[in-house]
Design a protein around this ligand. Sequence first.
Ligand code: GRG
Length: 301
Amino acid sequence: MTDFETRLSATADDIADTLSSLLPRIETDGVRCAEARLLEAMRYGAEGGKRLRAFMAVETARMFGIERYNALRVGAAIECIHAYSLVHDDLPCMDDDDLRRGRPTTHRKFDEATAVLAGDALQTMAFTILADPATHENPFIRCELVAALARASGPRGMVGGQMIDIEAEKTSEPLSLAETSRLQRMKTGALIEVSCTMGAILGHASSTNRRALEYYARDFGLCFQICDDLLDATGTEEMVGKAVAKDADAGKATFVDLLGLDGAKERAAMLTEQAKAHLSPLGERADTLRALADHALYRQK
Ligand code: GRG
């Protein structure tokens, strides 16, 4: 394993442990609580995954000398929002998927109502974690973290992007490249971008450094989505752990449709270089984020 891979895998393990300790307990003194089914579904929905968003927050915070414990709590909150979005995105009223992270989706494993509630509860859990003084002693920093995550995941961010995506499926006119880029920037890009923002908030980063990190994350997020479309077009279900070729079948505009396979690969490579170039004010401290950009470009899942 490279140094980068060791770091990524250690953070994924630490995020799993942090989430496990923060999510509500199913049993107390061997007695299951009445809402145990909800808590099991929350844990199930939050398990697995690459934990890339948490890694971005943790690595950004590390550059500014922040304690790992605090950064992991912020990373866990971001992963709660990400998990909720995937649980809801897989529901029959949305993408209607059976497979996620290589196993049955939450509504398949439990039932639809439980999956809706588990997603809702994972969302509120994210803000419970951030508002807790254990995340940061300074209430102003906690408020800033809460506000940043709420903005990124709300109507002008992830949820707004999801709405545009759903509306676009109903129209016969495919979205243009500009419209698709905006949709993806909201749907997947906003949460990726705020992961660096939240690391920068924790680290009291200067405005120059914070801007550099956000520009990096914006290009990284778009590249990440293009690579997801490439995997959807060329990967297998076994490889990526979820259904493939669904977007094209559903008539969704993907970057592969808009740019062609080679064009999408070229655009992803260009965005990776551009993302890394934004990090120059941070010098060598940002090498792990540079390695992450390269890793995302060549990812297989
Ligand atoms: C339902 C409110 C609501 C929002 C859903 C993010 C999203 C909005 C839907 C996900 C649709 C999707 C699969 C988009 C492709 C890019 C993406 C977000 C992939 C999943 O992220 P990874 O690869 O997942 O980081 P893991 O499993 O590794 O965490």
